[in-house]
Design a protein around this ligand. Structure first.
Ligand code: NAD
Length: 487
């Protein structure tokens, strides 16, 4: 039995860390395969308790003026900054990222918290004199108890996509982390408490599918955000909406990079290599398919050189589980059997001293045909499938045929080609000479097609419609009748 380096993960309900759940699941460090903690798989009882706590906290929290509510997040931001080393390390250990990637994730959480601090400036409401002596005003109100459900691949950042905005907007929250990476959630709860957040405003329930289904069905929850695979996003969107909740459900991705022969060779090669391998390819924004237009061998050669500099255990972290490693390697092997050519092979990667870890090296596969599974499906590993076409229209047609639509990018020095791709790609986030085109606040994050279900994005301005509802008030103080058309 491995010695647990982190104490057992707890639920956090009504401001207290509490045990709960009949079953405990091992939390495994993917860098070496060792058990580092345990997490409860909780159910209805714990969810009811968390929703009750959030419901009780809502009247008091939502009554506090927003300028005062965000003071908590100014303090919280300072606490994140103070603890950045420890938070980075936890993310590294529980998710298998490199320390640099883990730190970038915490830094992004700080930026997301900053955005929440700016909400008073964005939510001032509007007022207009609409008739003689009559004014209409619009104010934004929180929706009540909300839930946020997270995936494994960003244990720190993805929770911060929702927690600061939803809570600063006046809601109270039940948060369900991924049961694969639950440790960070307890740190977030501790830090929010330290920042002065009243008990019950933020609650954590641990669990798996049963907990997610409970959240979708719970009558006390008004809005649900979900981030994870498309398969589950569809289930959550349909189930929560059928229970009349507001829902934003973000799903998986297959992001295309269209590379033209005139692209800057070094910049393109290092950018594509970084996009396909960052976080071991486990980013919903990762480059997963490259479409080379015409003669791009010179760029692919340099790309292979760049990819070979990325080494598991050094500047490349692990994938999340043993089964993820097996799934990714099967995709590669199947593509080879179907006639594609492996030009950089990351299968069977082993890191000395960490033989139990789940590593896949950078893998580049050329001569992939658009109908092969590796061209169409989300692999979620450091693997790039290269397709070759002769025209930009053909490249755009391949991108457009994807059922997903998170990100698409073009690499070229020709403004007209870049503009064409930006206009015609069927994706919510576009990069021009940028391999991971994540919009930064106040712009919002969200894809198209089967990468997102629901009308709101998950961050930035567009997320606020999920967490708030507009109230329109028409006011006339004039006692006389018929002085204007509003009686
Ligand atoms: P996942 O869908 O397996 O799990 C996400 C959450 O759903 C977890 O909390 C999990 O407990 C729960 N869950 C799992 N199976 C369920 C089921 N059958 N019914 C109900 N709930 C269930 O996703 P993951 O493997 O944790 O994360 C990786 C996926 O998330 C990838 O597809 C990736 O592209 C996607 N992702 C998307 C975005 C985005 O912004 N679009 C961001 C990050 C990750």
């Amino acid at each position: 039995m491995d010695k647990l380096i982190y104490k057992e993960v707890r639920n956090f309900i009504g401001g207290k860390f509490v045990k709960g759940g009949k079953k405990m699941l091992d939390v495994i460090c993917p860098l070496d395969g060792k058990v580092i903690s345990k997490v409860p798989l909780s159910g209805k009882e714990e969810l009811d308790a968390a929703v009750d706590a959030a419901k009780k906290a809502f009247p008091g929290w939502s009554a506090i003026p927003i300028k005062e509510r965000v003071q908590i997040f100014y303090r919280y931001k300072t606490i994140l900054e103070k603890n950045i080393e420890e938070l980075t390390y936890v993310t590294h250990i529980e998710c298998g990222k490199t320390m640099g990637e883990a730190r970038a994730e915490v830094e992004k959480s700080i930026e997301l918290t900053e955005f929440a601090c700016s909400l008073p400036q964005m939510l001032g409401g509007e007022i207009l004199e609409v008739s003689n002596g009559v004014e209409c005003r619009i104010d934004y109100h929180p929706v009540g108890v909300v839930a946020s459900i997270a995936p494994f691949n960003f244990p720190h950042m993805v929770p911060h996509w929702t927690i600061p905005n939803a809570i600063a907007a006046g809601n109270t929250m039940v948060f369900k982390p991924s049961e694969i990476v639950p440790i960070t959630s307890n740190h977030i709860a501790e830090m929010l408490k330290e920042a002065g957040l009243p008990d019950g405003v933020f609650n954590v329930v641990n669990g798996d599918r049963e907990m997610v289904e409970g959240i979708c069905d719970h009558p006390g929850i008004s809005a649900v955000s979900f981030v994870g695979s498309t398969k589950v996003a569809k289930i959550v969107y349909a189930r929560a909406a059928s229970n009349f909740k507001k829902v934003a459900a973000l799903g998986g991705a297959k992001n295309h990079l269209i590379v033209l022969p005139d692209a800057n060779v070094q910049m393109t090669a290092s950018n594509v290599a970084a996009s396909m391998t960052g976080c071991a390819g486990q980013r919903c924004m990762a480059a997963s398919a490259m479409v080379g237009v015409g003669p791009v061998d010179h760029i692919i050669e340099q790309l292979c050189e760049e990819a070979k500099k990325i080494v598991p255990g050094k500047n490349l972290g692990s994938v999340i589980t043993k089964s993820a490693k097996e799934r990714i390697e099967k995709y590669i092997t199947d593509a080879e059997k179907q006639g594609a050519k492996i030009i950089v092979d990351g299968r069977n990667a082993i890191v000395e001293g960490k033989e139990g870890g789940y590593y896949v090296g950078p893998t580049i596969i050329d001569n992939v045909k658009p109908d092969m599974p590796i061209a169409k499906e989300e692999v979620f590993g450091p693997v790039l499938a290269i397709m070759r076409v002769q025209s930009l229209d053909d490249a755009i047609a391949i991108e457009n045929s994807s059922e997903y639509g998170n990100a698409a990018a073009v690499f070229t020095q020709n403004g007209s080609y870049a503009r064409t791709v930006a206009e015609k790609a069927s994706a919510g986030m576009i990069g021009v000479n940028i391999g991971v085109p994540v919009p930064r606040e106040p712009f919002s994050f969200g894809g198209w097609n089967e990468s997102k279900f629901g009308t709101n994005d998950i961050t930035g301005k567009s997320s606020l419609g999920l967490w708030m509802q507009p109230k329109k008030t028409s006011i006339k103080w004039n006692a006389e009748a018929k002085t204007n058309w509003m009686s």
